[in-house]
Design a protein around this ligand. Structure first.
Ligand code: AMP
Ligand code: MG
Length: 337
């Protein structure tokens, strides 16, 4: 299949909308990461997303809308908590899981009775949804298992020749996927940390439960609250080891060797004697989120075989960064003090 590069010009956005209406696949920029979009209400179009990404079919997709009212036909009820969260954080990087209506095909919801909905704030994403005239199902636009794409170049690396078009809208601002919260089970529960922090959610809802699998490996045989928790994620080709403890720089310097590299804070770089890629400043978790996926891809491009990664803190946006890094490391954590 030929993949067409599009810009964010008015004509190109109309073309993306036409492709999507006809059942095509178009990668689009959002404020979180690039999404691979298809008409969320057309089962055959959505099935092609799973094929292009190599995504397991039981892993549901998030449905993207361009106005709060668009949620109405997609869900069977809108709880007060959903209205309050939308008021506070939409448009923005928050996905709410709600009981689905009959309009959502089985392919989109991965066979579940619920559906995740998001109203993105990126102007190009909103314009493409409006041009398509339909809600768009859009998982991250990468091959399943690899780091999520935060530039059009990353999408090209993974999906060139497998999708109809890529809309280039520059680098994504948040850099990690949306926060996912379920409101379908009584107590609100955080299923995936992202651009909206736990602290922000609690400021609106009061206590929010955090699913155990957000910060820990899903135990063998345990049922996942969110199907995505079961699968390998964000993994570069290199083996990543997450190093926890104050002596990170000394530890890494004493483990130099062929193919060994560091994934570190910006401030660590000049102190290291081995090749490194940095992912933001120590005290700036937003910049860490923004740079993380690009840094993981760059380590592969530079041929790293073993990567010692600096363990971030887990509050604020740090929770989202830690959640991605620990999966990139396949839960291999080394405590050094
Ligand atoms: P991605 O599309 O790659 O951003 O991944 C979407 C994430 O949201 C996956 O981890 C899914 O498991 C989760 N998700 C989407 N819809 C639901 C749902 N209805 N219930 C629980 N988790 C969901
Ligand atoms: Mg993904």
């Amino acid at each position: 299949m030929q993949t067409k590069m599009l810009t964010s010009s008015r004509e190109d956005i109309q073309e993306a909308g036409t492709l999507l209406r006809q059942g095509g696949l178009v990668a689009i920029p959002t404020e979180t990461v690039y999404g691979l979009a298809a008409n969320a209400l057309m089962g055959e179009a959505v099935a092609r997303i799973f094929e292009a990404k190599g995504r397991p079919q039981d892993n549901p997709l998030i449905v993207h809308i361009a106005a709060f009212e668009d949620i109405q036909p997609l869900v069977s009820e809108i709880p007060g908590q959903a209205r309050a969260l939308a008021e506070a954080f939409w448009p923005g990087p928050l996905t709410m899981v709600l009981p689905k209506s009959g309009q959502i095909p089985r392919e989109t919801s991965g066979g579940l009775a619920t559906v995740g909905i998001r109203f993105p704030s990126h102007p190009v994403a909103a314009a493409v949804i409006r041009a398509a005239g339909t809600p768009l199902a859009a998982p991250s636009a990468n091959l399943s298992g690899s780091p999520s794409p935060t530039t059009a170049r990353h999408v090209k690396q993974d999906l060139w020749g497998r999708i109809d078009a890529i809309v280039d809208g520059g680098s994504c601002q948040v850099g990690v996927e949306s926060t996912v919260i379920t409101l379908a089970e009584g107590t609100p529960k955080l299923l995936r940390p992202g651009g909206i922090t736990l602290e922000q959610l609690e400021s609106v809802l009061g206590k929010v439960e955090v699913d155990h699998a957000v910060l820990h490996r899903l135990e063998d045989g345990a049922k996942a609250s969110s199907p995505g928790m079961k699968y390998k994620h964000y993994a570069p080709k290199a083996r990543v080891i997450l190093v926890k403890g104050a002596g990170y720089v000394e530890y890494v310097n004493s483990h130099a060797g062929k193919g060994v590299a560091a994934l570190c804070y910006q401030e660590d770089g000049p102190l290291l004697h081995i090749p490194y890629v940095s992912f933001g400043a120590a005290d700036d978790d937003s910049s860490q989120a923004q740079k993380l996926f690009d840094a993981l891809r760059r380590l592969d491009e530079e041929g790293a075989a073993v990567v010692y990664a600096r363990c971030p803190h887990t509050d604020g946006m740090g929770m989202a960064v830690y959640n991605r890094l620990i999966r990139a490391a396949g839960f291999e954590v080394l405590s050094i003090d």
